[in-house]
Design a protein around this ligand. Structure first.
Ligand code: 4NP
Length: 152
């Protein structure tokens, strides 16, 4: 099983989802590969946003070693599931899909914790510190739900 987390910049939301999922995979000794990417390459090569890294560290799930990269079409071949953070990410990813099989891999991550609700993980980039804590909590719940499904 290979899981890709996707947002816009790959410096706030998707690296947090990536770090949380990697941690849970290791803790549960699962054979799952986790990665993340952004639909914009604007921050490619950069570490996650310092505010997201600070929140991640304070919550016990450091993501300092991750590095932003652009989502590429080949990711549809490489990964089994592609979790997006919001509807804009979903539009961007689906615009690159080549087949219904590619499209079927794409899911809104909060639909795992709140099935069918189409809730979005809000972009915390232009907001205050609380936004990063909120993102952490939403993604902690969502990755718990993903983990439970994989284990059952
Ligand atoms: P992310 O947040 O998509 O959660 O990584 C953003 C980071 C940077 C920008 C937008 C969103 N930006 O416009 O630079």
């Amino acid at each position: 099983m290979k899981i890709l987390m996707v947002c816009l910049g790959n410096i706030c939301r998707s690296p947090m989802a990536d770090g949380l999922m990697r941690k849970k995979v290791v803790q549960n000794d699962l054979d799952v590969v986790v990665d993340s990417a952004g639909t914009s390459g604007f921050h490619a090569g950069e570490s996650p946003d310092s505010r997201m890294r600070q929140t991640a560290r304070s919550m016990g799930c450091p993501i300092d070693d991750l590095q932003s990269r652009l989502f590429v079409i080949e990711d549809f071949d490489e990964f089994d599931r592609i979790y997006v953070m919001d509807k804009s990410n979903r539009r961007n990813v689906l615009s690159l899909a080549r087949s219904v099989e590619d499209e079927a891999k794409v899911r809104m991550i909060l639909n795992e914790s709140y099935p069918g609700m189409e809730f979005e993980v809000p972009d915390p980039y232009y907001g205050g510190d609380q936004g990063f804590v909120d993102v952490y909590k939403m993604l902690d719940e969502a990755t718990d739900a993903i983990l439970e499904k994989i284990r059952s």
